[in-house]
Design a protein around this ligand. Structure first.
Ligand code: SAH
Length: 344
C-alpha cells in the first residue's frame, strides 16, 4: 500500500475524485507544509482523515533511535513494512538543520570502507519511503525548520534515479525547498550524473572520489572498474557546463590508503581542472574494514597540501562517531542478518 508521500498532487486528485478539489490542496498543505500525518490534518473532515489513514498507512517504524552531540544529532534506524532497515540522521547546526536520507535499503556499490556497502543490497526505496524520512526528521526538528536535505544515507541515489529525481522535485514544488539546499551524493555513476545535469534541478552534486588513480580506486570503490576516472571527469565536465553549480568531491581520509602526499597531489591534479571543492571526511571505522582513519595531524597536512595547490578544501566534522552511530552502523539488522558492532 502506498504511504501518504507516495502520491503526487495529480495522483491524489484522481484518488479523491469524489471530494471537492480544495480537499487535495488542504491535504498537500498539511502533508508538506505543516509536516502533519493525514489523521492530524484538522482542516479535513474526520471521515476523510480516517479513510486516508487507512488507505495510505505510514511506512516507517522506529527500530532504534540514538541521540548524540549533546542532543544536536538524532539518528534513527527505521524499519520498513517488509522488515528492511534504513537509516536517517537529523543534524542541527547553528545556521541550518540538515537531514541525511537513505534511497535504498542496503547498497550494491560495495565500497570496502562503508558499513552499508559491506552489508549488501536489499532493495530500492519508493518515493514515499524517502519522503517520509524527511517529514519525520522535520517533525523532530520543530520548532526549527528543516533547511537542508542530503542524499548521503544508505544506498546510491543515482542507482535509484527516478525516485531520487521525483523526491527532489517534490521537495522543491510541495515543500518549497530550494534545490540549492539539496545535496545529492554519488559514488560516481557517470551516465546518471550526465542525465541529472539535464534535469534543470540546481542541486549540489557531491562525488565520493576517495582516490584519484584508477589502480587504487578500482579496489576501494568498485564502480570505478565500470566508470573510471576519465569517464567520471567527462561526466563532471557535463555537470559543470550544464548546471554552473559548484561540484564537490568527498574524500574520506583513510590512514595509509589515501592520505599521503602523493594522494594529495593526485587529487589536486584531478580536482583542479574541474574546479571542484574538496570535502575531507575523517573515516568512521566500520567492523568490516580494519583500517583506521587518518590521525588529526595527517588530516591537517593533507588539507594544507591541497590548499597550497589552490584547491578549495574543507574538513568536515563527523557526527555520531562517539556512539558508533556514524555511517550505516545503526541499522545493525539489515536483511534480517544481525551484525554485532564491536565498541572501540
Ligand atoms: N552512495 C552515495 C551516498 C551514500 S554514502 C555515495 O557514495 O556518495 C555518503 C558518503 O559517506 C560518501 O562520500 C561515502 O563514501 C561516505 N562514507 C561511507 N562510509 C564511510 C565511512 N565509514 N567513513 C567515512 N565516510 C564514509
Amino acid at each position: 500500500m502506498p504511504n501518504p508521500y507516495e502520491f503526487s498532487r495529480e495522483q491524489f486528485s484522481e484518488a479523491l475524485a469524489d471530494q471537492p478539489a480544495f480537499r487535495v490542496r488542504q491535504l498537500m498543505t498539511g502533508l508538506y507544509e505543516h509536516d502533519l500525518f493525514p489523521e492530524e490534518i484538522s482542516t479535513l473532515p474526520a471521515p476523510l482523515r480516517t479513510r486516508l489513514a487507512n488507505d495510505f498507512p505510514l511506512s516507517l517504524t522506529i527500530a532504534n533511535e540514538v541521540k548524540t552531540d549533546d542532543g544536536e544529532t538524532l539518528k534513527w534506524a527505521f524499519r520498513l513494512p517488509d522488515g528492511a532497515t534504513i537509516e536517517t540522521v537529523l543534524m542541527r547546526y547553528r545556521d541550518r538543520v540538515t537531514v541525511c536520507i537513505s534511497t535504498q535499503a542496503g547498497c550494491a556499490m560495495a565500497c570496502s570502507f562503508c558499513a552499508t556497502g559491506q552489508a549488501g543490497f536489499t532493495r530500492h526505496l519508493t518515493v514515499g519511503e524517502v519522503l517520509e524520512q524527511v517529514v519525520r526528521a522535520a517533525r523532530a526538528a520543530a520548532p526549527r525548520r528543516l533547511s537542508n536535505v542530503v542524499f548521503m544515507g544508505m544506498g546510491e541515489p543515482l542507482a535509484n534515479y527516478d525516485v531520487t529525481v521525483e523526491v527532489i522535485r517534490r521537495l522543491h514544488t510541495e515543500r518549497g525547498m530550494s534545490a540549492r539546499n539539496i545535496t545529492v551524493s554519488t559514488v560516481g555513476v557517470a551516465p546518471a550524473i550526465e542525465r541529472l545535469a539535464h534535469e534543470g534541478l540546481p542541486v549540489t552534486l557531491a562525488v565520493s572520489l576517495h582516490l584519484a588513480n584508477d589502480h587504487e580506486r578500482d579496489e576501494l570503490v568498485p564502480i570505478n572498474r565500470r566508470y573510471n576516472l576519465e569517464r567520471l571527469a567527462a561526466a563532471c565536465e557535463v555537470w559543470n557546463e550544464k548546471t554552473k553549480r559548484r561540484l564537490s568531491f568527498e574524500w574520506s581520509l583513510i590512514s595509509g590508503v589515501n592520505d599521503t602526499e602523493r594522494h594529495a597531489t593526485e587529487l589536486a591534479e584531478y580536482a583542479g581542472p574541474l574546479r571542484a571543492h574538496v570535502n575531507l571526511i575523517p573515516l568512521n571505522p566500520t567492523p568490516g574494514y580494519l583500517v583506521v582513519g587518518s590521525p588529526r595531524e595527517r588530516i591537517e597536512q593533507f588539507r594544507s597540501a591541497l590548499d597550497d595547490r589552490g584547491i578549495n578544501v574543507t574538513v568536515r566534522r563527523t557526527r555520531g562517531r562517539s556512539i558508533d552511530a556514524a555511517c550505516g552502523q545503526l541499522a545493525h539488522v539489515t536483511n534480517g542478518k544481525r551484525r554485532t558492532i564491536p565498541r572501540r
